[in-house]
Structure formats: structure tokens, C-alpha cells
Ligand binder design. Structure first.
Ligand code: ATR
Length: 275
């Protein structure tokens, strides 16, 4: 049976084995998918051993996405733009590195949440790996405006400059949080790691345009501080990142197997399981 795995450290709480098992059942694909704990100093060795045992593909999570990028022999354009790899296809002709996180986000927004992106004003909070991974797919969705705001302002400005060549007609800019005063957005995405520690980016009030969606890439039981604050500040709707998790997995599955699973029922079932 073809073998796949998610590799990270820690890895015990990963939902990926459950999600991919559900996709495999649904699409009638015979495959095994496990969770691999890699030692912090031996990611490359862990991948090599898995490949030598016949492993066909890996999802890569914290803290190895940069090492996976370096390890890949070839990379997709979206992985190059992200500067990080979350999906490895282990072929006889070498290792292909892809990044499905941003596409997963865009699919969750457009398909599951029915949030149109074309022509909209999008605010992306944070300037780390999560933001970088989302930028190319978001720009490809042709919003009117994409603003990156970060606690450390210069990182947001540099990211905006680095992606200007991909922006086409999209107005892309980087700024600090204080510069957001008096601005309105249709979609605000929290890609900072603040929610991990129960914190909240210090945002000025009045960010949400009529009908706006607030989206946190984090997920878990209940609303994050960011989502609670967004509702208090007038966001019409909020969503966590569970849909992005399922959609990035579906993208990886499609890359490996050439079959796209129907993610909606899997997301609905996972939502029931964790809540
Ligand atoms: P990731 O790969 O998850 O994006 P990262 O590269 O460490 O992680 O980036 C974390 C992001 O969250 C950064 O943009 C960071 O802001 P700084 O660049 O100023 O450090 C942001 N961040 C983390 N904690 C935050 C907080 N409490 N408030 C606002 N931003 C925060």
C-alpha cells in the first residue's frame, strides 16, 4: 500500500492522519497515512528513511517547512514564492516541494465561506511564514487592495516590496498596526502567531467594512481573542482556520493522487469532533 505521513515536532496532536484517512475512504484510494516525529536535528534523515521504506509523500509542519524547502530537488512556483514547503512528493526522479497552505486558505474563503476576494480590500496581519505562504494565492485572487500590517513594521514593508512583482493591478502595501486607523477592510486575516499564546494584535477600532469577515488561521475550541475582538469591533462574520487545514490537505492529496476529495463533509465531521 502507498505510504504517506505528516512529519513535524511535536506531531502527536496532528489532525492530518485523520483528514487523509477520510479523503482516502471517500475517494476509494488505497493508502496508509501516519504521523512521523522527526528529531529536531534530523529532518533530512527522517525523510530519507521514510523514502527508502517506500514512502510516497509527506506533509511537513512546524518547525521543518524551511528545511523541506531546502531539501526539495524541484519546487512549484507557489512554494518558491512562499519560501517554505508543506508538501513533498517523493518520486523516483527526485523530491518535489509544494506549498498548499495559501491555496487552502483561498479555497476555504471562496468555497466554504462564500467570501468573494476579487475586487475586495484585504488586510493580512503578520509578516512571518504564514503570511508569506498566503500572499501569492491571495494576489492571484485579484483583490482591489492587499495590505500587510505587522507589529514590526519593516517586515511588512519588505514583504510588500518582495511581492510587488506578483501584484499585477492589486494595490499591495506594508505598514504597522497604527497606520490602520480610519481604514476599512472587507476581509481581515490574522496570520500572526498571537492567538497561539492567547494574545491579540493591537489593532485600532473600526477596521471592518459592512459585511466584513474576520478570519483567524488558528483553530481550536471556541473563538480566539482576535475573533472575539473582531465581533466586538463590528465584523459581520468570523471564521477560524480549520477549513484552511482541511483544504491544504485536500490540495496535497490531489497533488499526490491526482484525485481531488470533496472536502466539505470531511470539514463538517472534523468540526464536530473537535468541538
Ligand atoms: P509563522 O511562521 O507562524 O508566521 P513567525 O514567522 O514566527 O511565525 O511569525 C510570527 C508573526 O506573528 C510575526 O509577524 C510576529 O510579529 P513580529 O514580526 O513583530 O514579531 C507576529 N506576532 C507574534 N505575536 C504577536 C503578538 N502578540 N501581537 C502581534 N503580532 C504578533
Amino acid at each position: 500500500m502507498d505510504r504517506y505521513a505528516v512529519v513535524g515536532n511535536p506531531i502527536a496532536h496532528s489532525k492530518s492522519p485523520w483528514i487523509h484517512a477520510a479523503f482516502a475512504r471517500q475517494t476509494g484510494q488505497a493508502l496508509a497515512y501516519e504521523a512521523l516525529l522527526a528529531p529536531l536535528d534530523d529532518f533530512a534523515g527522517t525523510v530519507a528513511r521514510f523514502r527508502a521504506e517506500g514512502g510516497r509523500g509527506l506533509n511537513v509542519t512546524v518547525p521543518f517547512k524551511l528545511e523541506a524547502f531546502a531539501l526539495a530537488d524541484r519546487r512549484t512556483p507557489r512554494a518558491e514564492a512562499a519560501g517554505a514547503v508543506n508538501t513533498l512528493a517523493l518520486g523516483a526522479d527526485g523530491i518535489l516541494g509544494d506549498n498548499t497552505d495559501g491555496a487552502g486558505l483561498v479555497r476555504d474563503l471562496s468555497l466554504n465561506l462564500h467570501c468573494p476576494l476579487a475586487g475586495r480590500r484585504i488586510l493580512l496581519l503578520g509578516a512571518g511564514g504564514a503570511t508569506r505562504g498566503a500572499l501569492l494565492p491571495l494576489l492571484d485572487s485579484a483583490p482591489a487592495r492587499l495590505c500587510i500590517a505587522n507589529r514590526t513594521r519593516h517586515k511588512a514593508v519588505e514583504l510588500a516590496q518582495a511581492f510587488a512583482a506578483h501584484a499585477g493591478t492589486v494595490r499591495i502595501e506594508g505598514c504597522g498596526f497604527e497606520a490602520l486607523a480610519d481604514q476599512r477592510f472587507d476581509l481581515v486575516i490574522n496570520a500572526t502567531s498571537a492567538s497561539l499564546s492567547g494574545e491579540l494584535p493591537p489593532l485600532p477600532p473600526g477596521l471592518y467594512a459592512q459585511g466584513a469577515l474576520a478570519y483567524d488561521m488558528m483553530y481550536g475550541r471556541g473563538h480566539t481573542p482576535f475573533l472575539r475582538a473582531a465581533l466586538a469591533d463590528g465584523a459581520a462574520r468570523v471564521a477560524d482556520g480549520l477549513g484552511m487545514l482541511v483544504e491544504q490537505a485536500a490540495e496535497s492529496f490531489a497533488l499526490w493522487r491526482g484525485v481531488r476529495p470533496d472536502s466539505a463533509p470531511v470539514l463538517a465531521e472534523l468540526r464536530q469532533l473537535i468541538e
